[in-house]
Write a new protein. Structure first.
Length: 307
């Protein structure tokens, strides 16, 4: 699986940015006169309106056929839920895209839809959910350190998304890179958009959209009590990217929280967890016998001795 961007049509009209698809429809007049994307109309406003497809949770465009010459003549599309939409005239150069996951659409428009740009995951097969609500450790806060945590639930949740995105996709463990990781990253961004009402297709766009909100948020200061360490933990859903060679990836389902545990002893956690810091054994040597590597990630499995 790789991420590609293709464009179809002519060079007329003014460009509009690629954006994730929450809803889509087309207006026709001897071809595609306008595209209604997420409630915004790109093209001729007086053209004949057609039906609009509002995507459901975890629904995405999985197949497309585009017919174009010096403008976009016609489009057929189908989602992974089997719902379809077609508009325009099916003449000119035909291009079929199958087994894809559309990340976003953009193009050029003026008096018509002159060009459509499609950013998509090629040869996409969706990840499967392998664990729900598993704990993951994001930070260890030792004695003498101070830790600032956002007070807002939403901003704290956004911060966890940013942390996991960078941990999983910027520095993946072992050889979990390449096309399979690209497909998983597209799914991660789609889940981020659905959770927070955003419109992003990359980590850079996520940072740009959320930076003003995060900058205005208030933080509370955590200092470990005497004889204790702090652990920042978050509940995550765990996904596996289709094949045995595919990467494991995580999405936070709650805001993070901080728990205080006795220094030098066992981490007082009563369930399996992922250590995304790689440092738990250094602070809690007694946890070593519960340690396993799971797809390259440090994982601790509950044993009676740790209860």
């Amino acid at each position: 699986m790789t991420i590609e961007t293709l464009a179809f049509g002519g060079e007329g009209g003014a460009p509009f940015d690629i954006q994730p698809v929450a809803s889509i429809g087309f207006r026709t007049r001897a071809g595609i006169a306008a595209m209604d994307l997420n409630g915004m109309l790109y093209g001729a406003k007086g053209a004949d309106p057609g039906s609009t497809l509002v995507l459901q949770t975890d629904e995405y465009i999985a197949n497309m056929a585009i017919y174009s010459e010096d403008r976009v003549n016609g489009i057929r599309l189908m989602t992974n839920h089997g719902r379809g939409l077609s508009a325009g005239t099916f003449t000119g150069h035909e291009k079929k895209l199958t087994a894809i996951r559309v990340i976003g659409l953009g193009g050029n428009c003026g008096s018509a839809l002159d060009k459509i740009r499609i950013r998509y995951v090629k040869a996409h097969t969706g990840s499967r959910l392998v664990d729900r609500g598993r704990l993951a450790v994001l930070a260890v806060i030792p004695q003498g350190r101070k830790f600032e945590a956002p007070m807002s639930n939403r901003i704290a949740h956004l911060a966890a998304v940013r942390h996991l995105s960078r941990t999983v996709f910027d520095t993946p463990p072992g050889d979990k890179t390449g096309p399979l990781l690209s497909g998983a990253k597209a799914e991660f961004m789609a889940r981020t958009n659905a959770t927070f009402g955003l419109s992003v297709t990359s980590q850079i766009a996520f940072d740009e959209q959320t930076a003003p909100e995060v900058a205005q948020g208030l933080c509370e200061l955590y200092v470990p009590p005497p004889g204790m360490l702090g652990l920042q933990v978050v509940a995550v859903d765990v996904f596996k990217a289709h094949t045995a060679e595919g990467p494991l990836w995580f999405f936070p389902v709650t805001r993070p929280s901080i728990v205080s545990v006795p220094a030098g002893g066992r981490a007082a956690l009563q369930e399996n967890l992922f250590d995304l810091t790689g440092s738990l054994q250094r602070f809690f040597p007694d946890m070593a016998k519960a340690h396993r590597l799971r797809d390259g990630y440090h994982h601790y499995e509950t044993e009676p001795a740790l209860a």
